[in-house]
Design a protein. Structure first.
Lengths: 114, 114
């Protein structure tokens, strides 16, 4: 199984809502990543987890809160978002954070903030 | 932080044509990734290469580490190859210090006409 799954596929939320994005992999990977991709732009790294510990936070606003409850699961909690946060949110995983490893990407969650 | 340049930005080809997409980067790396993204979709990893050449079906990727340059070739192109092709490299020692923290090129949008 070389699949990274993400739910939901689409999400529309108001600026006062709280919602969560979910990412799951069962490849035994110990590094998991959140990326944000605006339309017609390349993905930008948001967070990296390594062995369930947050190792990188690329200056992301606190309205985005990541969580890694176990080695297979990665969540992104959203609260008080702004319309400019509307984007495709991609999750990825790799065997390790260090060393050269292929990254496997999920299909993404398309988020619209109204 | 590594800088990634891709060319061309847009490419239109007739079915059957041979296609080349180029990627250059500024900081020495241990591996480079070629990724494919269909409209509105998630990202698929095509190749991860450290040296020389890799082939998968009609896709060929080459890299010249000394010249900091890679190319992705598609032979006998087909309309289903229409997608955005993205080159990604590790961000370098000032970007989290890990080979897993990727920086992405802006992508090449390929349209193959029947």
């Amino acid at each position: 199984d070389t699949e990274v799954t993400q739910t939901p596929k689409h999400l529309v939320m108001g600026m006062t809502n709280k919602k969560s994005l979910k990412c799951e992999q069962h490849m035994g990977h110990r590094a998991m990543y959140w990326y944000k991709q605006k339309a017609k732009k390349p993905p930008e790294l948001m967070f990296v987890y390594s062995y369930e510990k947050l190792s990188i936070n690329e200056s992301v606003p606190s309205r985005f809160s990541p969580e890694c409850p176990n080695s297979s699961l990665l969540n992104l909690h959203l609260h008080a978002l702004q319309p400019e946060d509307s984007a495709l949110y991609l999750c990825a995983s790799s065997q390790e954070r260090t060393g050269v490893h292929e990254q496997y990407f999920g299909p993404g969650t398309r988020l619209t903030v109204t | 932080k590594n800088e990634v340049e891709q060319s061309p930005q847009n490419l239109t080809a007739q079915e059957g044509e041979f296609i080349t997409i180029n990627c250059s980067y500024s900081v020495g790396i241990s591996a480079l990734h070629w990724l494919q993204q269909h409209p509105g979709g998630g990202i698929v990893s095509l190749f991860m290469l450290s040296s020389g050449k890799k082939k998968h079906g009609r896709l060929i990727a080459t890299i010249n580490i000394q010249e900091k340059h890679s190319s992705l070739h598609i032979t006998a192109s087909h309309p289903r190859d229409s997608a955005v092709y993205i080159c990604a490299v590790p961000g370098g020692p000032d970007y989290g210090g890990s080979q897993g923290n990727l920086i992405f090129g802006k992508g090449t949008k390929l349209s193959v006409k029947p």
